[in-house]
Design a protein around this ligand. Structure first.
Ligand code: PLP
Length: 428
């Protein structure tokens, strides 16, 4: 009988996996065991095809592609947004593919942060992704506030996770906007967006979320929850490709609110080419677009999203939870005692985390991460002491999780990490 720690169990889980067939529709890097889809998702055949089609249309149609491409470029941002809408529980015109995440934070926070009287602060948290914090500080400065005084960063009790109670306690009558991550990029903790939205609204505070680390791994229900706005990138769990265009969501009750930062692609579609000097916003999330959509950085999404939709976000979530739970179970059994000395830094309850697991180690985490790369295991290191592993439902297997833990055991048994220096790559 196979014990829970044996490879045979992983193989049995793979045989029973209803999404097993999706793996062969992705290009898996040769000789690598890729567990980094939370940082950059892999290319699928579908994404390659829709991107190649756009290149061919540019070659063959030139400017006529805006209206005559198979999927006309002029409507690509709206159409791809509509395609992504079911993944976040939104209506088709509440989501648009545009800009990039940090740019979209500027576009939406400038609209939704409307300080008045006593209410002049933005509430965020100290474990936030740095780019988000830079943008929030800029928006405070642009509104004539003092970022040091007016950006409220909810502290973490353990340095890894946030307690929603601590966030809610800071939703005072001085807060004009809450902007929070759906999931923390280091520990992978998933925040209770429904509860945070309810509590913010109870206090008259609009709330937005950066869902870069959860869309494509976890179902969202923005409309049901009443979220005001959200942003997320397309190159992590959505497999859109490096730097591909990102998404934004605006709840339709805000369609009457004009964007603060405008550009001609936010105009009413029918009249954009009238070239009027008067900005007439398109009555949908599309009005927060600024520039022409980068067709070559957007075209991959059609094929990539089709795969996610075909697999189904609920099945993706179920498999993702099973994969991360399996990793936690193996880590507990094989990696937490001396000399391995790892700690599981992600929440233990699967419903409280997104699609990756963070393992922490007081010493040598960076060199161990380098040794993993040396063996072809692509995970990543986040300073000071975390290695992140994202077994992705669409293309990873339980056997790969088992192999990864086996690699870690061997790297430490053989002190293999000592062959690696402590210097960090520019992109770790
Ligand atoms: C990945 C990520 C980003 C990336 O921002 P870009 O503007 O696309 O470079 C921003 N915020 C969070 C929380 C992320 O996880």
């Amino acid at each position: 009988m196979a014990t829970n720690l044996e490879r045979a169990r992983a193989e049995a889980l793979d045989r029973a996996d209803p999404l097993a067939g999706m793996r062969e529709r992705f290009f898996l890097p040769e000789g690598a065991l890729y567990l980094n889809g939370n940082s950059l998702g892999l290319l699928s055949r579908g994404a390659e095809e829709s991107l190649a089609r756009s290149l061919a249309e540019w070659r063959e149609l030139g400017v006529r592609g805006w209206l005559e491409a198979e999927e006309p470029w002029f409507y690509l941002a709206e159409r791809t947004g509509a395609m992504a809408a079911p993944l976040v529980g939104a209506e088709p015109d509440e989501v648009v593919l545009t800009g990039t995440t940090t740019v979209n934070i500027h576009a939406l926070v400038s609209t939704f942060f409307q300080p008045s009287g006593r209410r002049g602060k933005i509430l965020a948290d100290e474990l936030d992704f740095p780019s988000d914090i830079y943008a929030l500080r800029d928006q405070l400065r642009l509104a004539g506030r003092d970022p040091d005084a007016d950006l409220v960063l909810t502290p973490s009790r353990d340095g890894r996770t946030l307690d929603e109670d601590d966030i809610i306690e800071r939703m005072t009558d001085e807060v004009a906007l809450c902007f929070l991550p759906s999931a923390l990029y280091r520990s992978g903790q998933l925040l209770d967006m429904e509860r945070l939205t309810r509590e913010a609204h109870r206090r008259g505070i609009p709330i937005g979320f950066d869902c870069a680390h959860s869309v494509g791994a976890v179902p969202h229900r923005f409309d049901d929850w009443g979220v005001d706005f959200a942003v997320w990138c397309s190159y992590k769990y959505l497999n859109g490709g490096p730097g591909a265009s990102a998404f934004l969501y605006v709840n339709r009750r805000h369609f009457q609110r004009a964007p603060r930062i405008t550009g001609w692609f936010g105009c009413t579609k029918e009249r954009q080419f009238d070239m009027s000097l008067e900005f007439e916003p398109h009555p949908a999330a599309g009005q927060w677009q600024i520039s022409s959509p980068g067709i070559l950085g957007s075209a991959s999404l059609e094929g990539a999203l089709a795969l996610t939709l075909e697999a189904g976000i609920d099945r993706i979530r179920a498999k993702s939870s099973a994969l991360t739970s399996y990793l936690v179970e193996l880590a507990d059994a094989r990696l937490t005692h001396a000399p391995y000395a790892f700690r599981v830094a992600s929440p233990r309850a699967p419903e409280r985390r997104t699609g990756h697991i963070a393992l922490e180690r007081d010493r040598d985490a960076q060199r161990i991460s380098a040794a993993l790369r040396g063996r072809g295991v692509v995970s990543d290191f986040r300073p000071p002491d975390v290695i992140r592993f994202a077994p992705v439902a669409l293309y990873n297997t339980f056997t790969e999780v088992w192999q990864t833990v086996q690699h870690l055991v061997e790297i430490i048994d053989g002190r293999e990490f000592e062959r690696y220096g402590a210097e960090r790559a520019v992109v770790p």
